[in-house]
Design a protein around this ligand. Sequence first.
Ligand code: ATP
Ligand code: MG
Length: 400
Amino acid sequence: MQYDYILIRYGEMALKGKNIKQFIIRLQENIQQKIKEFPDAKVKRTQGRMFVLLNGHDPEPIMDKLRKIFGIHSLSLAIKVDNDLEKIKEAALYALKKNEDVRKFKVSVKRIAKDFPVRSQEMNQVLGKHLLTNTEDITVDVHHPDLELKVEIRLEATYITSSVVPGLGGLPVGTSGKSLLLLSGGIDSPVAGYLAMKRGVQLEAIHFHSPPFTSERAKQKVLDLTKQLTKYGKSIKVHIVPFTKLQQEIFREMPDDYAMTIMRRMMFRISERVCHNESILSLTTGENLGQVASQTMESMHAINEVTNYPIIRPLIAMDKQDVIRISEEIGTYETSILPYEDCCTIFVPKSPKTKPRKEKVNYYESKYDFTASIEEAINGIETIKINDEKKVEDSFTDLF
Ligand code: ATP
Ligand code: MG
């Protein structure tokens, strides 16, 4: 006896009209893509549901993959047996025993095949009795069961499903267009990327790198974080921008207290150019209101001036503890807290303006021509594609 398939429920409620079809097709593709290392497993659609036919594969590693796919509301393992009383009894017992912590259970039989000789009510009792006699320390509780065994006797076969495992919810990645994530290597931006993906966004990432002030290790850290994000979606392109020269120029030519603001504006300008080249329609950042000097209302106002692109800021109103909790859950925290040199911390001015004024920023910027250095940075971008399956090191060897 073994599980035959995994039932997938998606929260269809929030979707309307033709979105539903796009949603379902994308979800099916995303699932198929994530489980392609299990060659016999197949994803099928039925009315309002989806299921993975296991065809002999062990369900656990496949469940692990499915638990990381956005758009899935919940999952249940299921067994398919012939409409034969003895076989149904055996399968129900198997499903109950597989759920180790269960002390109280309930059986719910639905008989759709009216030619099956035992009626639903009677079947509930027959199965309940069979399960009680073949287990220890387990009782029936119809009001507060730990586990509800659902038995559906259909025309073609009987399906038995047990515990409901929650999925991640959200929308399938790829249903909401693309966004360019400004990825720093800190705690916040990977979480921001994850939350954007949860709304169906396909990411590319951009990282501003300032060698030799920031090391190869700092860059590797960003690639590792990206790799962790691909577990929740598809492969992600990372654009590494050589930022040293421009940054040095800013800190040499601009007043110290405005250098941070101007540096951020340069990041947005360059990001916008990448968006333009890659047909991306928005930016995503890990900015959080009031956290640091560059993230006051005045500062965001001054920085935002340089771009018309919508900026997704999923963390804008979140508490730091909540951001940390998510980063732990999604597996980016360990990498994010590794010590590394951030281009922003290396060039940190002694007293950045917490309330920069737009007029002043524009005035200072007009005093120096950064065009050549901006173009040089853009021309020097190195793009690395990170896949879920491949090791990060492999992606490097692809390039050189
Ligand atoms: P994080 O934890 O993401 O580093 P932070 O709290 O340190 O964020 P800031 O340093 O003010 O905040 O950065 C704000 C946002 O700007 C980051 O979340 C990220 O989106 C972007 N950013 C900062 N530095 C870089 C960088 N070197 N490359 C790409 N994006 C960056
Ligand atoms: Mg940071």
